[in-house]
Design a protein around this ligand. Sequence first.
Ligand code: GLA
Length: 731
Amino acid sequence: MSVHYHESEGLFVLETARTVYQMKVDGAGVLRHLYYGMACGHEDMSYLYRSYDRGFSGNPYAQRDDRAYSLDTLPQEFPSCGVGDYRVSGFRAVLPDGSRCADFRYQTHAIFSGRKPLRGLPSAYDSDGEAETLVITLTDACARLAVRLTYVVFASADVIARSVEIVNNGAQPVTLEKASSAVLDLPPGDWELLHFHGRHCMERQPERVPLFHGTLSLSSTRGMSSHQHNPFVILCDRCACEESGDCCGIMLLYSGNHKTEVERDQFDSVRVVTGIHDEGFAWQLGAGESFQTPEVILSFADGLTALSHRFHDFIRRSILRGAYQNRRRPVLINNWEATYFDITEEKVLAIAAKARSLGIELFVLDDGWFQNRSDDNAGLGDWEVDRKKLPHGLDGLIAQINGMGMQFGLWLEPEMVSEGSALLSAHPDWALRCPGRAPSMSRCQLVLDLSRAEVQEYLYDKIAGLITNYPISYIKWDFNRSVSDVYSHALPRERQGEVMHRYYLGLYRLMERLTARFPQVLFEGCAGGGGRFDAGMLCYFPQIWCSDNTDPVARLMIQYGTSFGYPSCTVGAHVSASPNHQTGRHTPQATRGVVAMAGVPGYELDLTRLTEAECREIAEQVRRCRETEALVREGVHYRLSGMREMARYAAWEYVSRDGTRAVLNLVVTDPAANGMPVHVKPKGPRRALPGRRGIHLHGAGADERRLHIRKTDRRLSVRRGDRHRGGLCAF
Ligand code: GLA
C-alpha cells in the first residue's frame, strides 16, 4: 500500500520507498499540502505550518473571525484564484457571469490500484504492476466546477505522477485561461533552482540560481518544448550537491507551450506551478465537459545523483515503450553533415558501403531525398522521392543498402509544409496562419494544423504508406521551426485559444497510432536537434537527437545538462567531421567517439574522405560501442565532474547494476601547461572500480580510489595547428 488515508485527521499519506508526500483536508475543506521529502512516517506534519495573523493576507468569509486563517499563507494542493491567495495560481477561468474567482474545497476521494492512462496525452505506465492512484475531487460550488487531482504513486521508483482534470458541472460554458498540471508548495528554506536553458545548438545548459523574492518563470511559447527552457527543473537545498541534500525534480510530460513558475513569497515559502503555458491559451469548457492537463512527474531524493538515478530509471521503465525500450539500438550513419542537400545515389551508396565495412548497421537518409529539395526553401509536404537524385527510387536505393547487410532509415519532417507544395496548393487552409495576414516564415516553411483530424489522417496515410511500401527500420522525425501565426481555419473564433494544445493532442494521437502499428520501427525525435527533448516525446520515441551541435566539446555541456533528467539511452549522439561544422573546432577522432558513446551512438560525416588510419579507428570505436552499449543503456550513470570542473575536463561513468563492470570516460578540454594532473574519483560500488587499461575495464578490484591522469596520457589530444587543444584521456 502506498496511498493511505487517515480519516479521523483527513490526512493523506503517499508513501514511496524513500519518500513521503502528505496533504490534509482542514476544517474549512481546503486541501493543504503538508510535506514532500525524504521518508518520515505517517506523523501528521501540520506542525510545520503555524498560523498567525499576517497583515493584509485575506481571510475567507467562513473564517472571517479568524485572522490567522488565510489562503495566502497556507500551503495548498490546488490553490484558489482571486479570493485571497495572491501567490501565483495554477488555475484561472472566466465564469459565465464574467467573474474570474475560484475557491476549491474538498468533496470526495477515491483510491485504486493501478493507473488509468491519460486521455489523449502521454503518461507514465505501470511497468511493475505496483502503481496506486489517489484521485481527490475538489469543487467550487458557486462556479459549479470540479477539479480531480490525480496522484499516481510508483512506490519503488520514488515517483509520484500528478495531473488535474477540470470538470464543468454547470449549465453554461466557462473559459479556462490557465490549467496547470501541478502546484507544489514548499516550506521556507534555502531553496535554489537548477534549470536547463539554452538555444538551438546549445540546449540544456545547467544554471543554478538562488530564489529571490518574486517569481521566476521558465517557459516556451514557441509551440515546441525545449531549445530555450527544458520542462524539467530541480528545486534543491542551497547545500545540495551530487551526494546529498534535499532535491526535488519536476518533469512535465508535454512537448508544446509550457511554463514553470517558481515564486518565493513574502514569508519565504516557495510555490512551484507547472503545466501548459497560459499565454494564448483559452479553452472553452462546455457544460458537462472536462479538460485533462498533461502529467507531471515528481521525485525527491537526497543528492542530485540520486535524483537523476530516479528519473533515469523511471524513464527507462515507465516512459519508454516499444521494441527498443530495452534493446540495443543499431549504430547508424547519417548522411546529413556529409552531403547536406547534395544527395546522389552514388554518394549515398559509397558512404553506406564504407560504413558497412566499419561495422555500422543502419544507414539514415536525411533531408533532401524528396522532390524540390535542393535547399531548405521548398519541398516539404508531398514526400515524393526525387528521381533526379535517386534514379532507382527509394526501393532501388534501399535494396542496395539492404543488400550490403544494412538497415535503412529515413528523415521526415511531417508537421511542416512548404509554399508551392501540392499539399498546400490543394489545402491552403491546412497550414497555421491568420486570415488576411502574411505569416511569419521560418526556414521558409509553415506548420501544418495538426489540430485537424484530416491533417492527422493525411500524415498517418503518408507515413504508414512509406513504412509499408519500403523496408524502413528507422524514422528521424524532425520539426524545424518555432510555431507562430497560431490560427486554425477549422475552429471558430472563440476556440482559437485551443489551437496549440489541440495541435499536441493531434500530434500525440498520430504518434500513438504509428508507433502502435509499426512497433518494429525505431523512431528518433528531433526538432532542430534537441528542441523537443521532453518526456512527452519519449513516451512515443525512445531516443531524441540531442542537439544539432555535434562538436564534442560543446556536446559535453549539453549532454551533462541533459543527464540530470534523462538517461543516456534517450540521447542521440553522433561522431562528425573535424573541424566541426558548427563551431570550426578541431578535435581528435577519439574525443568525438567517447562523447558519442555517452548516448545512442552514430556517425554523421563523409566516411569516404577519411584516411585508412581514421577508418581503422572508427571500426575500433564501433566495436567498443557494442561492448559498452549495455552498460551505457542500462547502467547507473555518475557525473564525475561538476560545473566548476567542466571548464577544464568532463568525466562520467556507467556502472553495471551488479557492480561488476564500469566504464569511465574523461575528456580534457583545457589542458593546463605545467599543471597538476586531472584527478578523477570514480563513484558507484567499490568493486566496479575501473582499472587503468582500456576504456572499459571490468572489475579491476583495485583499492585505489583516485586515478591520476598524467599529461602524457593526453597523447591523443593535440594536433599541430588545432584551434582547440581538447582531447581524450583514456586510461
Ligand atoms: C534539423 C536536424 C538535422 C538535420 C536537418 C535537415 O536541423 O536537427 O539533424 O536533419 O534538420 O534539414
